[in-house]
Each structure stands twice: as structure tokens, then as C-alpha cells.
Ligand binder design. Structure first.
Ligand code: G6P
Ligand code: MN
Length: 445
């Protein structure tokens, strides 16, 4: 089985390869092809993977190329994990929005729209090539903004593209643990869009355990999202939102905190990773050790940021993250081996949420087998969640339309209609400044 990783020079690729190395089952991946535009990044990551594979007799064979069509031919699975504009682009997305007084973040609000506008045309080109060169391949999309990008690709690949995110899985796991339930035997009723969803129930043997959590302030204070949103607000909502909803419910405070910060998350990662790729180019250095050190530092800062915004509390030592490589592998296994699994994924809505049309990509629990990911029926969302989901989906549609037509007016509409952008004038300013900052937005006329 050949797996092609687009964005193969990316920092998280060793996580995926590490998960593959631990898989010795039938139908496992035997060949990995890394594709990236940047040869230097490919060389660095290839060195890390080679060190990871030392002493593993059945390690998947790795090759690297900058030729996209060559990478795609014959692939059984394609992981798309690209970052158009790189971390420099992310830092600009964040900085420009914050300077305009609105949220500057990788995937949510103005920053996410800018990121989507430059990613969609590239993702569509990839989807067209996959349809031509590897029509039977399954595409697993990690590329952010994941819901929007998956929808763009689905227009060319139908249900053969599936979007993934680690955040709902991590949230479900943390809630299960607090409730003393085994995450493997808990059904997480999670519905929404990517980075915009809510856990409404957690069923163990058919019984909803969430009311027990919502009724217990001590339990609510014992995990990340409980502290982040606060017991009172969670009880008012009657659900546990994805951590990204913090940007909606506490927008003003986050914008201020981010404006005051010395640098944005993107700027921090841009500088940190520049150091890693320089280090990994030195033949005298262990690329794996350099990678591992950088990874640990990145995770530590992520946790520190969480603690700060949550006000208090240590994050549990145990691994309660979703682990995006684990989600990817679980999905690939369920498809390749026809092992039925229930996973929260980004797929076309069909009739899951009645307020959205059938082609809108949503993030919901799906039954996965050799036929792909089939969304499970879900109860309707309450009014305020329906309102947010519909508003943000419409913004995504404006982004898709602007990317197709190249219309600047449509791009302005995308920003202006977002619930976290509070003025049409600010939307106009954002389009001007983003277009000037990003070569990838040169198509907007
Ligand atoms: C989570 C989200 C991803 C996002 C990442 C950002 O894993 O699910 O969609 O890209 O966080 O983390 P970073 O370390 O890049 O700020
Ligand atoms: Mn995500």
C-alpha cells in the first residue's frame, strides 16, 4: 500500500511515520512518498524518518519528490497536509487581523478566511490531479481550514475526500476520562463544523453521562475545556464546546490578550521551525533529536498558553490529546481493512443537519468501513449553535466562490459576514492588506 503525503516536508510528518512504524497488521502502508515544494524541508524530514526507522525491519520505505503528479500516481491513500504561504503566511494572517482589531488566529475568523482564500485554489488543483492520476485513492485532508478545504476538494472528489481534526477526538477523550468511562466504549455526540462544534451527550451503554458532568462543578473544573469556559457557562449551554469556541464566547478578551502578546503563535512557530530546519541540514546533528526537542518545546508552549487562557490548573500528564496521526491511522485502517469504526470526521452533510444542504461539509460522528465514512443521524442543534453554524458555512461558501471567480467583492463579503468581523469597513481593509501581504492572493481582482 502506497501512502503519499502532501506537505511531506512538514514538521508533523514524523508523527505520522511513527504511527505507521507501530502498525504491523495486514494491509498496512509499505511505501511512503513525501511530496513538498521545498527540497530542503524534504531532506530534513527524510533524515528524521530514516533515524526513526532504524532497527524496525518492516519499516515502510520512504522516498521524496517535488513532482506532484509523480507523487500521486499509484497512491492508495493521499494525506494532504499542506500550508500554503508557510508559517510566514500564518503569522501575517494573525498580525494583520489583530492590527485591525479583530481576532488573529490560524483557522478562526479573519485569519482563517485569509488562509482559506489562498489555500482553496491549491487544494482544488490537487483534487483535480488526484481525480485524474489516482482516481481510486482516498484523500485524507488535514489541510486547514479543514472543513472548508475538504468541501472544496469534495466538489472534485466526492466522498473520496475525508477531512480530519484531532480536536473533537481529544475533547471526547478528556470528557470520558473525567467521567470514568473508557473512551473506546463511549459514543460522543458531537456536531458542528470543523473547529465549531459541541459535545451534547456522551453515551456509555446507551446512557447519557454528560448531565452528571454538567451537574458537578468539581468535575467541570478538572479538565481543560471545563476550566476554559467555566462551569457556569457550560451549564447554561448544556453542552461542552470545542476549545475553538472560546474565540466566539470570549472574543473580546482573547483579541486583547493576543494583541498584547509579544508575538503570535504563528510567529513563534515560524521562528522555531526555521531553527529546526537549519539544524537538521547539518550532517553532524541527529535530525531526530533536533526534531524531538523542537516538538517538546512546541507542546510545552501550547500547554502554557492554554493554562494562561484558562486561568489556572495543570494539564494532565497522560496523553489526552486526539493525536492527529492516530485519527488518520484509525481512519485509514477502517477503510483499508474494512474494520468498522466510529470516528468524528469532516464529510458531506447529506441529511445529517437539516438546516444545511447535502454538499455542505460538516464535522460529525461517522461509521467508517471499506465504503468510506457515512455520517450518523444527529439531533438538530439548538438555535444559537444553528445560527453560528449557518453563518460560518455561508462565509465558507463566499470563500469558495471568491476563489473560483477571483472576485474581490466576494472576498470582502466573506470577511464582512463573519460573526467575528464587526464592520464592512474592516472587511475591506482586511482584503486590501491581505492581498498586499500574500502573493497567493494575487488572483483577487
Ligand atoms: C490543533 C488543531 C489544528 C491546528 C493546531 C494548531 O491540533 O486541531 O487544526 O492546526 O491545533 O496547533 P499549533 O501548534 O500549530 O498552534
Ligand atoms: Mn483541527
Amino acid at each position: 500500500m502506497k501512502l503519499t503525503i502532501l506537505g511531506g516536508g512538514g514538521f508533523r510528518v514524523p508523527l505520522v511515520y511513527g504511527a505507521l512504524l507501530a502498525d504491523h497488521g495486514e494491509g498496512r502502508v509499505t511505501e511512503v512518498v513525501l511530496h513538498d515544494l521545498d527540497d530542503r524541508r524534504l531532506r530534513a524530514v527524510s533524515r528524521v524518518l530514516a533515524e526513526q526507522a532504524e532497527g524496525v525491519p518492516d519499516a515502510p520505505v520512504v522516498s521524496a519528490t517535488t513532482d506532484l503528479d509523480e507523487a500521486l500516481r499509484g497512491a492508495g491513500f493521499v494525506f494532504s497536509a499542506i500550508r500554503v504561504g508557510g508559517l510566514r503566511g500564518r503569522a501575517e494572517d494573525e498580525r494583520i487581523a489583530l492590527a485591525a482589531g479583530v481576532l488573529g488566529q490560524e483557522t478562526v475568523g479573519a485569519g482563517g478566511i485569509a488562509y482559506g482564500l489562498r489555500t482553496v485554489p491549491v487544494a482544488v488543483d490537487i483534487a483535480r490531479r488526484v481525480a485524474r492520476l489516482a482516481p481510486d485513492a482516498w484523500v485524507i485532508n488535514f489541510t486547514n481550514p479543514a472543513g472548508l478545504v475538504t468541501e472544496a476538494m469534495a466538489r472534485h472528489l466526492g466522498d473520496r475526500v475525508i477531512g480530519i481534526c484531532d480536536s473533537p477526538v481529544g475533547l471526547g477523550r478528556r470528557i470520558a476520562r473525567v467521567l470514568g468511562a473508557d473512551p473506546k466504549h463511549a459514543f460522543v455526540d458531537y456536531v458542528g463544523l470543523n473547529h465549531l462544534g459541541w459535545v451534547r451527550a456522551l453515551r456509555v451503554a446507551g446512557r447519557d453521562e454528560l448531565p452528571r458532568l454538567l451537574g458537578d462543578p468539581a468535575l467541570l473544573g478538572s479538565f481543560e475545556e471545563g476550566r476554559l469556559f467555566g462551569a457556569d457557562w457550560l451549564r447554561s449551554l448544556g453542552a461542552i464546546p470545542n476549545e475553538y469556541l472560546h474565540y466566539y464566547y470570549f472574543n473580546r478578551e482573547t483579541v486583547r490578550a493576543y494583541q498584547r502578546a509579544e508575538r503570535t503563535r504563528g510567529a513563534f512557530l515560524r521562528d522555531q521551525q526555521a531553527r529546526f530546519y537549519a539544524e537538521a541540514a547539518d550532517p553532524g546533528v541527529s535530525a531526530l533529536r533536533a526534531w524531538d526537542r523542537t516538538r517538546a518545546e512546541r507542546e510545552a508552549t501550547y500547554m502554557a498558553e492554554n493554562r494562561e487562557s484558562a486561568g489556572a490548573g495543570e494539564r494532565e500528564e497522560e496523553d489526552l490529546s486526539g493525536g492527529y496521526e492516530k485519527v488518520a491511522l484509525a481512519l485509514m485502517r477502517a477503510i483499508a481493512r474494512d474494520e468498522r469504526a466510529t470516528l468524528i470526521l469532516n464529510v458531506r452533510n447529506r441529511s445529517t443537519l437539516h438546516v444545511l444542504d447535502a454538499d455542505a461539509v460538516v464535522e460529525v460522528p461517522c461509521l467508517v468501513d471499506a465504503g468510506g465514512a457515512h455520517p450518523l443521524a444527529a439531533d438538530p442543534l439548538p438555535g444559537h449553535a444553528t445560527g453560528l453554524v449557518c453563518a460560518v458555512k455561508d462565509v465558507e461558501r463566499q470563500v469558495l466562490s471568491a476563489a473560483e471567480s477571483g472576485s474581490r467583492a466576494t472576498a470582502v463579503k466573506a470577511f464582512a459576514l463573519h460573526p467575528l468581523v464587526d464592520s464592512v469597513n474592516i472587511a475591506r481593509r482586511l482584503v486590501e492588506e491581505y492581498a498586499a501581504a500574500h502573493p497567493g492572493l494575487g488572483y483577487l481582482k
